[in-house]
Design a protein around this ligand. Structure first.
Ligand code: ATP
Ligand code: MG
Length: 224
């Protein structure tokens, strides 16, 4: 855990101002331009100081599913975010044992930072509809503002209805992001079929997943 704490951005030094920390959580298997554009829009519209991308360690809802290792997902997240000065990748969740619950992550971040650091948890329209059912969602509501980004194929109205009827006092900001109808599943499928990922994810990510032969990547047109 020590390593993971070390890679968190330093914020909150000036007690005279408020700092806004964006947290983009996800499995990132692999990370793609839909994640990046949502985080960038949140940074802009909400005046965030920085956005931390946190690949999930062992996500509760992906138990029993095959996912790439935490190290590979973290490495691709690092590559995808490295050229953006206000994005960072963190090992905070992948270095944690057991199932990584968002509620625990946000509580730990809240404890780590001084009170003048506000947390903004960024999700797409599909995930925000689910948050009300996540483990200890009341403490998620207590520790962070939720940011619900539009995502093609998912209805933000449905998500807001789920939030409103939850009986929990969530603070939610809805965010319009440039539409990218892509998902990690779609990218994995394309890799397995030997199709191009260009313009769907940074080329550095494509290079990595071919080099490490993830998702059934084969040598060929787009591989080595
Ligand atoms: P998978 O197909 O494996 O579920 P995914 O593309 O949904 O992958 P996740 O890692 O599950 O990616 O998602 C992380 C977060 O990013 C979620 O909050 C999700 O809603 C959001 N997100 C993913 N893709 C997009 C997109 N194209 N536009 C907006 N938000 C997105
Ligand atoms: Mg998903």
């Amino acid at each position: 855990m020590q390593n993971a704490i070390m890679d968190l951005p330093q914020l909150g030094m000036d007690p005279g101002r408020t700092y806004r920390l964006g947290i983009m959580g996800g499995t990132f298997d692999p990370i793609h331009n839909g994640h990046l554009v949502a985080a960038e829009q949140a940074y802009d519209d909400l005046d965030l100081d920085i956005v931390v991308f946190m690949p999930a360690g062992s996500p509760a809802f992906k138990q029993g599913k095959r996912i790439a290792s935490g190290e590979d997902r973290y490495a691709m997240t690092l590559l995808a975010t490295s050229d953006n000065p206000h994005f960072v990748a963190s090992r905070f969740e992948i270095d944690r044992e057991g199932i990584t619950y968002t509620a625990d992550t946000l509580r730990m971040l809240k404890d780590y930072y001084p009170p003048n650091v506000e947390l903004y948890f960024i999700t797409g329209a599909d995930a925000i509809a689910e948050v009300v059912r996540w483990y200890d969602s009341a403490s998620i509501a207590e520790n962070a503002t939720l940011v619900g980004a539009t995502r093609p194929g998912y209805n933000l109205d449905k998500a807001s209805a789920a939030i409103d009827s939850s009986g929990i006092d969530f603070h939610v900001i809805y965010l319009e992001v440039p539409a990218l109808a892509i998902s990690s599943s779609y990218l994995r499928d394309r890799v397995a079929k030997g199709q191009s990922l260009r313009y769907l994810t940074p080329d550095s990510v494509t290079g990595y997943l071919h080099k490490h032969q993830l998702y059934g990547a084969k040598a060929g047109k787009y591989g080595r």
